[in-house]
Design a protein around this ligand. Structure first.
Ligand code: FAD
Length: 472
């Protein structure tokens, strides 16, 4: 019999019949530690997280999720919920408890006339983009195609379309949710409005979303996008140009600045591999010709070592950063929301980039300012509508013996850049150790109080506690 942890830290008193009756009613696989598929299924994107759930319930649909929640409630089990398994803090996998794994639920249904798509909660961004792009439409999702839509959406979500349309969660039409008492609810602007509000940024604290209905927008299928790279010595000049370029850019144009060591990527010349670079990723989702004119000045800046900005499928743009973020490396992130960029920040970024201790680590600036700033701070808990950029300090390495050095590099850069922050942060970029004060920074006091009240209503026993918690 598997030993399963309970929410109070004890061990569940499960009989073989209890387990058998759960398995009988469950259509997907129920994996214990001795199952051949267990090891691979428990692994998530961040290899720093090495937890062993007592049992993994691989759901095939809403009924399986209901069964898993009933089983967990009955035996007061510690529960974690896995969508794409990309959360940096490893929220998807709990030690000793029941991992409710949605990653096999990957159906997408597009209504091209109504411009909406319903996607099951185990989808990756690539799954949704693939189906919606058939109609030249897209949902507002993130920058790396293997990321799960579920955690991204319930935590807020931003990507190349956010300047045009706001947070991912601002573009939700409805959700199907299995609550802690195993009810299936629809959450939208007219039904269970409080739950709808909370799930648009408040994380996995309120229930398990089984499917998301997104508003779609005309995008592509071909856009102008790609990246331009310069030698590390030119970083100051590139960051200054980025400041000016991004501040003036229309909302159809989103850019991302990256300082790092050049990876051995085919688009970068061999002689630059292993040397510091500054790169700008750009994506223009308006008319391609307009994008070309807008990007032209950047291409003339100094002497780029590579330039792959071109007309390309939007789905290709969405996966351009994928190779830099493979599953199974060790990762540690620190992040701030920023207002306008400044020379002071440029100097700090250049100084800390010079101390990067891993060929995989990077200092990344995402531009998000635009539509999300037009809604009130309490429109959804994702809030932070004063943010113009997201700074993510992404340490990434291979060997456990390097943990301390890599983590320290990210922390030092984070502390040095703190004065440039709005004070806010993104809940989905919070690491394992970041707790109450950072969660408060992610939501703001008023939104956090409202989230705590909704939590008491929908999950009074705190079944969904393997999260960035909004109440204790
Ligand atoms: C390589 C990489 C790139 C990223 N890029 C972006 C980006 O461009 N934009 C952006 O906004 N974020 C980005 N993120 C952050 C991302 O939003 C989070 O990692 C998010 O948690 C990923 O969702 P997931 O389903 O893979 O998470 P998981 O690790 O599977 O789940 C994380 C937590 O989310 C909650 N959750 C998951 N599924 C559900 C559900 N069905 N119902 C309710 N709660 C649920 C649970 O609390 C769960 O434990 C990126 C992350 C990575 C690793």
């Amino acid at each position: 019999m598997p030993q399963l942890r309970t929410i109070d830290g004890g061990t569940a008193d499960l009989s073989p019949e209890d387990l058998q009756s759960f398995k009988t009613g469950f259509k997907g696989a129920v994996l214990g530690a001795d199952d051949p598929a267990y090891e691979e299924t428990r692994k998530i994107w961040n290899a720093m997280i090495d937890r062993r759930p007592g049992l993994i319930a691989r759901c095939t649909g809403t009924v399986d999720v209901v069964q898993a929640v009933r089983f967990a409630r009955k035996h007061k089990l510690l529960v974690s919920v896995r969508g794409g398994g990309h959360n940096i803090a490893g929220l998807a996998v709990c030690e000793g408890g029941l991992m409710i794994d949605l990653s096999a639920m990957r159906g997408v249904w597009v209504d091209p006339v109504g411009r909406t798509a319903r996607a099951q909660a185990g989808c990756t961004l690539a799954d949704v983009d693939r189906e919606t792009q058939l109609y030249g439409q897209a949902a507002v999702l993130g920058f790396v195609s293997a990321t799960g839509i579920a955690g991204l959406t319930v935590g807020g979500g931003f990507g190349y379309l956010s300047r045009r349309q706001g947070w991912t969660c601002d573009n939700l039409v409805s959700m199907e949710v299995v609550t802690a008492d195993a009810q299936v609810l629809r959450a939208c602007a007219r039904e269970n409005e409080d739950l709808f509000w909370a799930l648009r940024g408040g994380g996995g604290n309120f229930g398990i979303v089984t499917s998301f209905e997104y508003q779609l927008y005309p995008v592509g299928p071909e856009i102008l996008g790609g990246a331009i790279a310069w030698r590390g010595e030119d970083s100051r000049q590139v960051l200054q140009a980025y400041r000016e370029f991004s501040a003036a850019a229309p909302r159809e144009l989103t850019s991302v600045a990256v300082l790092r060591i050049a990876p051995p990527a085919p688009w970068l010349p061999k002689e630059i591999h292993g040397k510091p670079i500054a790169a700008l990723f750009v994506c223009h989702t308006g008319k391609v010709e307009d994008g070309e004119a807008l990007v032209a000045p950047l291409r003339k800046l100094g002497q780029p070592v590579a330039d792959i900005v071109t007309r390309r499928p939007y789905t290709q743009m969405q996966s351009l950063l994928d190779a830099t973020q493979p599953k199974g490396r060790r990762y540690y992130w620190k992040s701030h929301y920023l207002g306008a960029l400044s020379r002071e920040l440029d100097e700090l970024a250049v100084a800390h980039a010079a101390r990067i201790a891993s060929p995989h680590s990077a200092i990344v600036l995402f531009q998000i300012q635009g539509a999300l700033g037009e809604l009130g701070p309490d429109h959804s808990p994702a809030g932070n509508r004063d943010a113009h950029y997201v700074l993510n300090i992404t340490a990434s390495w291979e060997k456990p013996q390097d943990d301390a050095t890599q983590i320290q590099w990210a922390r030092d850069c984070f502390e040095a850049t703190r004065p440039c922050s709005t004070g806010g942060t993104y809940v989905n970029f919070l690491t394992e150790e970041e707790g109450a004060d950072r969660i408060a920074a992610a939501y703001g006091r008023a939104n956090l109080d409202k989230l705590a009240a909704i939590k008491r209503k929908y999950d009074p026993d705190d079944l969904f506690r393997h999260t960035k918690r909004v109440s204790v």
